[in-house]
Design a protein around this ligand. Structure first.
Ligand code: ZN
Length: 221
């Protein structure tokens, strides 16, 4: 069964001014959504609802909890952290991860031969991407004073984990067709260097897809 509508709406903007325009237009709608959140979620308890997951393509339940939940800085509404929750009961991916898979399916020609690098390795999301891209390489940031590219054995089962520092990657230039980071750049003090390194390891037609959290502010007129 294919969904009648996309599971997650992703905005498509070419510039900041285009984003600002859509954002201004959607402010009233956002207030309505916030009001509905406040009415429905008054108990602040975890809950689940039936839905179709476009990643595992199952009719499933989406589980909502209040971890990282908080105030909307626009309306003072209280709501769950929608990007971090909304976990599919069957595949275990949250809204942010499902949105990224949706994005890949719609915007990137998924080819199992693509050389992909992702800045995570011990997550359910990495396992899911490994099915789509068998040649994918993942890594974690283990700590300072470890050379990028080094394999570290860590955790209970002495898991094999590759260490990479995004500001000093071990890969040769123009190695990858696609690089993905989810909520990573905001943790890197010298993020400009990390962007330069990402550019270096991508092939000339390669893509960098990254997510970062951000807060919206509204100018008072
Ligand atoms: Zn799923």
């Amino acid at each position: 069964m294919k969904p009648a509508l996309p599971s997650i709406w992703l905005g498509d903007f070419e510039s900041k001014s285009e984003f600002d325009q859509v954002f201004q237009n959607s402010l009233n709608t956002s207030k309505i959504f916030d009001w509905i959140d406040d009415q429905l979620l008054v108990s602040r308890h975890p809950f689940s609802y039936p839905a179709f997951c476009t990643v595992c393509e199952n009719t499933t339940k989406i589980k909502i909890n209040w971890m990282y939940g908080g105030w909307s800085n626009l309306t003072k509404s209280i709501h769950p952290a929608w990007t971090e929750t909304g976990v599919c009961e069957k595949c275990g991916l949250n809204s942010r991860m499902r949105a990224l898979i949706d994005f890949l399916k719609n915007y990137i020609q998924i080819d199992t031969d693509l050389k992909v690098y992702i800045a995570e390795e011990i997550t359910p999301f990495f396992k899911k991407l490994k099915v789509l891209f068998p040649k994918i390489i993942g890594s974690e940031y283990i700590g300072r004073n470890i050379e990028s590219g080094k394999i570290v054995f860590s955790g209970r089962g002495l898991k094999r984990i590759r260490h990479e520092d995004l500001t000093n990657l071990s890969f040769n230039s123009e190695t990858f067709d696609l690089m993905i980071t989810l909520d990573v750049f905001e943790h890197i003090p010298d993020y400009s260097k990390a962007f330069r390194e990402s550019f270096r390891i991508l092939s000339p037609k390669g893509y960098l897809i990254f997510t970062i959290p951000f807060f919206l502010t509204v100018k008072k007129l």
